[in-house]
Design a protein around this ligand. Structure first.
Ligand code: GLN
Length: 212
């Protein structure tokens, strides 16, 4: 199976390495044509302002939205999460408004530019997850269709899933933490072959807007 990594800017090489380490073939996505034949997509950490510019320069916005509408999984880390969010605190326009959350960029301020924490992520098992935060955003608002996957000790939300879109404020790809990438690979396999595993279910896009 092939999973793409948006390779315009940021730590896409680390995502590609992580995918390869779990037996998935990574594909660098720079142009719309690169989306053909991939079963999921990672959006890396980096600088969301630069990613916004490059997404528009290479006419990727609509092709990325069309790819998401197929129900294939998307996974954004840090800047990648900002790219996927419906609202950005402070009034910046959203980029790919696929995830019904409001994010605040650089939410931890200058004092705490980067830090590490051990998180509990119940959907990924009992073992604590070591999380690396770098000039990280925080999730200020979570819409009704969004599942919270992890919080900091103070309750602030740092990992979410809405249907086929998963996002973390931190960087599993930098911490040698494969569980989120495995989740995406499992979602991608189910999307490719909905008869497998959990059985036939309505296509995720058809469930959009329904209460859960
Ligand atoms: N601060 C960056 C932004 O706002 C995100 C940082 C990161 O991806 N590590 O886009």
């Amino acid at each position: 199976m092939k999973i793409g990594v948006l390779a315009l800017q940021g730590d896409f090489a680390e995502h590609a390495r992580m995918l390869a380490s779990i037996g998935v073939e990574p594909v660098e996505v720079r142009l719309p044509v690169d989306l053909d034949g991939i079963s999921g997509l990672c959006l890396p950490g980096g600088e969301s302002t630069t990613m916004r510019r490059l997404i528009d320069r290479w006419d990727l916005r609509q092709p990325l939205l069309d790819f998401a509408a197929t129900g294939a999984p998307l996974f954004g880390t840090c800047a990648g999460m900002i790219v996927l969010s419906r609202e950005i605190t402070g009034g910046e326009d959203p980029i790919l408004p696929l995830l019904d959350v409001t994010v605040q960029r650089n939410a931890f301020g200058r004092q705490l530019d980067s830090f590490e924490a051990d998180l509990t992520v119940p959907v990924l098992g009992d073992q604590p997850m070591h999380a690396v935060f770098i000039r990280a955003p925080i999730i200020d608002r979570v819409g009704p269709g969004v599942d919270v996957l992890a919080r900091l000790d103070d309750g602030r939300v740092v990992a979410v899933r809405e249907r086929n879109v998963v996002a973390t404020a931190f960087h599993p790809e930098l911490a040698g933490e494969p569980r989120f990438h495995r989740l995406i690979a499992t979602m991608a396999a189910e999307h490719d072959d909905p008869g497998e595993g959990a059985g036939r279910r309505p296509h995720p896009t058809r469930r959009a807007g329904l209460p859960r």
